[in-house]
Design a binder for this molecule. Structure first.
Ligand code: NAP
Length: 441
């Protein structure tokens, strides 16, 4: 019998931020009951809907998360239940001893420039969700019957988008890209993809492994102006950053050796260029860029502008969390308002709702463990009803919660529907997942 046996925690969101809180709770509060609540029937957030389909190795972390849920009777998955739609924060704080908000940052930041509302301007969350078969974005149907696309940003998401747009069906055969997206990308007349970075090579937000992949595409060439790549790094840079930056500059140098050729698509990486207007009538016809310079790490417009004709713009400039009624929200940073992870009495934040959309999957581990330490040290007072009371709540509201066993059935159906060597063929919608579950097998 542990001192935590009567305690219960609801974690809202089953992405990396939430899953590492569950893992930490198993270690730090053995016996505590943990419900992982997610608005989708499918668990693991960005691992399924955000990580690029051709990065299946990264997605394998889901095996570890599955162990967290299945190896211990204390943890349950409660899918298809949405905070703000089916249950309020007040409900959850009445049912559980603590609530951890870990519902991610699924909304695209805005450029805030004229023309952003034109047809064929997409945010990366929507675009990535579309090719990853996320139920929220399957109807996006971007028009790829175009010559040129502009991708704004040079973070890893921008690289993902440019790379997936450049891949062939053969290169994607071992992935779980949505079939409609692969068909559309393959059939597209798209020839040129411009990636615009508002700062320089030294400040590029992407990581080297991802950048390197841009030089390994079967049917696309990546071009970089060799003259833009600095030979030296600033003296005041610490050794670790120097090492990381040197690798990126080396990769850019390698990419800059490529010449324009007859490959199906060309990716142009353009540094020191910031968008100031999206041009066209109701549809995108071009983008106006301003040349920039970097002063003390900050991007400053030079006043010199140039236009690139293009028929699509995909902004990959970071994400923000959803502002849910009753939860304090920091509009400026697009995160839940908190102090070191504490949002309100017995309410905590973890993952991207807490830190903003930064860092790798592993970054969440340390952060979620730290939040869990606070949560466990705050346990006090009479224990709440926990999972049993949640079951009564769900029944009373006539909601259909998805258990982890239900999810395993959906998962198996997706795996069975895949055409070798693809790992799975995802359901397009929540309704079709639920229908499949309710169909006798
Ligand atoms: P990010 O790394 O923050 O990159 C955002 C990019 O958008 C930067 O190049 C940024 O430029 C630019 N940007 C921001 N506001 C802009 C504006 N108003 N105008 C023009 N450019 C603008 O964000 P992300 O790519 O969405 O990635 C989010 C996190 O997920 C990152 O930590 C990333 O490493 C991680 N991630 C990792 C992987 C992977 O490991 N394979 C894959 C995907 C995502 P500045 O640098 O000048 O601000």
């Amino acid at each position: 019998m542990s001192e935590f046996n009567d305690r219960s925690v609801a974690i809202v969101g089953s992405g990396p931020g939430g899953m590492y809180v569950a893992q930490a709770l198993l270690e730090k509060a053995p016996g505590c009951k943990i419900d992982i609540i997610d608005r989708l029937p499918s668990p693991f957030g960005l691992i399924r809907g955000g990580v690029a389909p051709d990065h299946q190795n990264t997605k394998r972390v889901d095996k570890k998360y599955t162990q967290t849920i299945t190896n211990n009777n204390e943890v349950r998955y409660v899918g298809n239940i949405a905070l703000g739609r089916d249950v309020s924060l007040k409900d959850l704080t009445e049912i559980y001893d603590a609530v951890v908000l870990a519902y991610g940052a699924p909304y695209d930041n805005k450029l805030g420039i004229p023309g952003e509302d034109k047809e064929n301007v997409y945010g990366s969350n929507a675009f990535v969700g579309w090719y990853n078969c996320h139920p929220d974005f399957i109807d996006l149907k971007p028009n790829l019957e175009i010559n040129t696309a502009a991708v704004i940003g040079i973070g890893n998401v921008a690289i993902d988008v440019a790379r997936v747009l450049s891949r062939t069906p053969q290169e994607m055969a071992t992935t779980d890209i949505a079939d409609y997206a692969m068909d559309s990308i393959d059939a597209a007349s798209l020839k040129d993809i411009y990636m615009f970075a508002r700062r320089g090579p030294i400040e590029a937000a992407c990581t080297n492994t991802e950048l390197k992949e841009m030089g390994e595409l079967e049917a696309a060439t990546t071009l970089v102006d060799p003259n833009i790549i600095p030979t030296d790094l600033p003296d005041n840079m610490d050794d670790r950053t120097k090492k990381v930056r040197t690798r990126i500059l080396d990769t850019l140098r390698l990419l800059s050796k490529s010449k324009a050729n007859e490959k199906r698509r060309t990716v142009h990486i353009e540094f020191y260029a910031s968008p100031i207007e999206i041009l066209g009538s109701n549809k995108v016809e071009g983008i106006r860029m301003e040349r920039t310079e970097v002063v003390n790490g900050r991007c400053i417009g030079t006043g010199e502008t140039f236009d690139i004709p293009c028929e699509m713009v995909i902004t990959c400039i970071g994400s923000r969390a959803e502002a849910i009624e009753g939860i304090p929200f920091n509009e400026r940073n697009g995160i839940v308002e908190h102090t070191e992870g504490r949002v309100a009495p017995r309410v905590y934040a973890a993952g991207w709702v807490k830190r903003g959309a930064t860092g790798t999957i592993g970054t969440n581990r340390l952060d979620s463990y730290a939040v869990t330490d606070l949560l466990v040290s705050d346990f006090s007072g009479k224990a709440k009803g926990g999972p049993k009371e949640m079951d009564t709540f769900i029944k009373g509201r006539g909601l259909q919660a998805i258990t982890f066993d239900d999810w395993l059935v959906i998962k198996e159906l997706e795996e069975n529907a895949a055409i070798e060597p693809a790992p799975r063929r995802k359901f397009y919608t929540v309704d079709t997942m639920l229908e499949a579950l309710n169909t006798p097998r």
